[in-house]
Write a new protein. Sequence first.
Length: 372
Amino acid sequence: MKPFDVAVLSPPGEAALGVVGLRGEAVAALIRQLFRPRARTWNPAQSAYGTLTVDGETLDDVVVVPVGGDSFMVTLHGNPTLLHAFEQCCLELGGERPDNLLQFSSGFVVPCTGSSSIRAEALETISSIGSLKIATWLLAQSDPTEDGFAAWVAEAASGASVEPATEAVVAMSARRWGIGLLDPPTVVLSGPPNAGKSTLFNRFVGRPRVVEDASPGTTRDLIVELVYVREFPIRLVDGAGLRSSDDFIEQEGVRRMERVRGEADLVVELVPPGASEISDGRADLGTRALKIRSRFDQILPVEPGDDGLLGVSGQTGDGVELLERTILQRLYGIEDLPSDPAPFTMRQIHLLDLLVETMKKGGDTRALWAQF
Ligand SMILES: Nc1nc2c(ncn2[C@@H]2O[C@H](COP(=O)(O)OP(=O)(O)OP(=O)(O)O)[C@@H](O)[C@H]2O)c(=O)[nH]1
Ligand SMILES: [Mg+2]
């Protein structure tokens, strides 16, 4: 029997039904050998119900579904042992598990050729994306017929009109937002008690998620919410105001706030009216800090202060749009989703890194392009 492809296509775990995919010229003959249709004859062009028989023993009731060309899906019951027993039987009869299957964390397996692995990665992630605009963007980036990353890869790989080295560098320079969309950066709202952190946090979240109150030291725990800022996902963190305190619980809150400040991609430091210092000798965050004047409606007139800091009022919303743009500029270097080709997974970025490295050395990049 000629070699053919076989693979369990269902995710790991138990389910009512499971699917084994078969592909190749020899598959029809294989099915004739193992499948006993309920009808008198089996027509490979139609779905058919029957039993699978291995070594004279019935393995399961199945449905054999033609899915185009010489590919078939066999639907069995979902017990993984059963599925793998059938796969094993096929492997022993000349089947091979294709090495171009992309196995995702969810267990989803996608056969990929050319740029379809980029497509598969987009589809894999799309279910966790809470923004229609980003989902649409990912689909365009991964569709070789649209003007996105997949099309760029296809063109560059064929060595056609684009100059691969330059284009690769261009695409790589966009890496920060390419990745950030799928692994949102962390932005912390920090400052002294009563700076207006929770009020601003609630404005970003769009509902009264945390308590705002005039008594200093209201927030103690770290509160994290996934928010979409101009469509870009961000993990926004609120927490305790920075001050020394005899209150054990508040101290613990401050410790947690200091820890998350150390880990965050960006720390928005709120300077409330009347305050000039906010870090009080705390570690300099360098480029990870974005200082703003908070409760800015209390400083009249509402315009940037002499110190050049952006004025923001969480209560009235003044300055919030400018703050959003500034945050995105600091994180991604852009404020809107661009239509330029951009990689969006670590795998793609890693491959681009390797490509550029290989090009610099004057090496052969064909095998690398093929991996996209
Ligand atoms: N006028 C005005 N008042 C504000 C603004 N933001 C917050 N406040 C008020 O200032 C007080 C403190 O606000 P919070 O948002 O709770 O301040 P916080 O920084 O979270 O304070 P802690 O949790 O104690 O660290 C509350 O009475 C708010 O109503 C603002 O932009 N304008
Ligand atoms: Mg608070």
